[in-house]
Ligand binder design. Structure first.
Ligand code: EPU
Length: 346
């Protein structure tokens, strides 16, 4: 190991700036990873022997309920480039520590559209495949080519394609069998040269129609701007009000359960799925239970989007989880539907 491969271990490291809820917890040790070689050096450091590990990018999809008695790996790998092109597409690679939104803006500035619907999603490039981020009619997996990761047990570098990642709705291999086993170091996206706008999502269509450049064929830049405007209007900025985006997944129910629900609640917001099942808007269910804008201690259901739980200031993870439980209980009691948390709760 060369001198430059070793990364500084910091004991008792404060994680407030590394989780978007802004919880004031600490890590027993933290290590900032700026070069791939530092990763295995950190993992194999005797001080980390036997300790649990936590990989943090932007900390935008995690609920830290307590101090972390282990090693936090702060992935700060940087870099982005067009790696190749073929007849149909450009392939663009970004290091795991790049902020997601900046990367999206950069691709558009290079004249490479395709990620605009995913503008302003908090977090890093390396976190994007873990929950297969999605918004406004596009999921990351539709633009994914491959990723590079390091297996912590062996130090082996692996390249995984979309099949290996087993992407689903806010789901992947890395939330299941692969959990805690790999650190993603870079992701390569495939951006088709024939670009098709995705402007059908109601909020985006409305925003585009209202914009001064309204046109029948919106540009990627116009969609980007519309997504940014809609997100700013509805979703709280984690720097102002701690949150982890949607706290629950939109539940998917069987068609029979949906029909029964629809009889009782004709206005339920729903999206038919290709497999015949039906996805329900969890935000609507929570709103309907009267939770929108309500607080329990310093944790609250956001006043403009009931799917988002927020830290009003000084809340801890336990308070947010208690609120989440209360919301889940009411939704189950009223609609018979179980809500599953979207962020990783530790
Ligand atoms: N709704 C309400 N009340 C609310 C919130 C929503 O009635 O408080 C209704 C809306 O009127 C709308 C429907 O529920 O008819 C859906 O709402 P919205 O369009 O805001 O989207 P969502 O289903 O609540 C999902 C994603 C978001 C993503 C948006 C846009 C999940 C868990 N959430 O939210 O993703 O930005 O669609 O595509 O799938 C995230 O994952 O962190 C996230 C923010």
């Amino acid at each position: 190991m060369s001198q430059s491969d070793s990364a500084a271990f910091i004991a008792g490291y404060p994680l407030k700036a590394h989780n978007t809820f802004g919880f004031e917890v600490r890590a027993q040790f933290a290590c900032r990873i700026e070069r791939e070689a530092q990763l295995m050096a950190a993992v194999r450091d005797p001080r980390a022997a036997g300790l649990p590990r936590l990989v943090l990018g932007g900390g935008s999809n995690v609920v830290l309920t307590d101090d972390f008695a282990g090693l936090v790996l702060l992935v700060a790998l940087q870099g982005r480039r067009v790696v190749r092109e073929d007849h149909d597409a450009w392939y663009v690679e970004a290091a795991a520590g790049e902020p997601w939104h900046d990367f999206v803006a950069w691709t558009l500035a290079q004249g490479l559209p395709g990620l605009e619907n995913l503008a302003l999603i908090p977090g890093t490039v390396g976190a994007a495949p873990i929950q297969n981020i999605g918004a406004y009619g596009l999921e990351m997996c539709e633009r994914f080519a491959s990723l590079r990761a390091i297996e912590l047990e062996t130090g082996a570098v692996v390249e995984l394609d979309a099949d290996a990642c087993r992407f689903g709705y806010r789901d992947s291999f890395f939330k299941r069998e692969g959990r805690d086993r790999f650190v993603i170091t870079s992701v390569t996206f495939r951006l088709p040269k024939v670009w098709q706008p995705r402007a059908g999502y109601a909020d985006i269509a409305r925003e585009l129609a209202a914009s001064e450049h309204a046109s029948a064929a919106p540009s990627a830049q116009a969609i980007f701007a519309a997504v940014v405007a809609v997100r700013r209007a509805k979703l709280p900025d984690p720097l102002q009000l701690g949150n982890a985006g949607s706290f629950f997944k939109n539940p998917v129910v069987e068609a029979t359960q949906f029909e029964a629900l629809k009889l009782k609640e004709p206005e339920v917001v729903s999206y038919p799925q290709p497999d015949g099942r039906v996805k329900l808007a969890a935000g609507w269910l929570i709103d309907r239970c009267g939770w929108k804008g309500r607080a329990m201690g310093a944790a609250a259901v956001h006043e403009r989007q009931a799917l988002v739980l927020v830290n009003l200031g000084g809340a801890n993870g336990a308070e947010v989880l208690a609120l989440a439980k209360a919301v889940q209980r009411d939704v189950l009691a009223r609609f018979g539907v179980e809500l599953e948390a979207e962020p990783v709760c530790l």
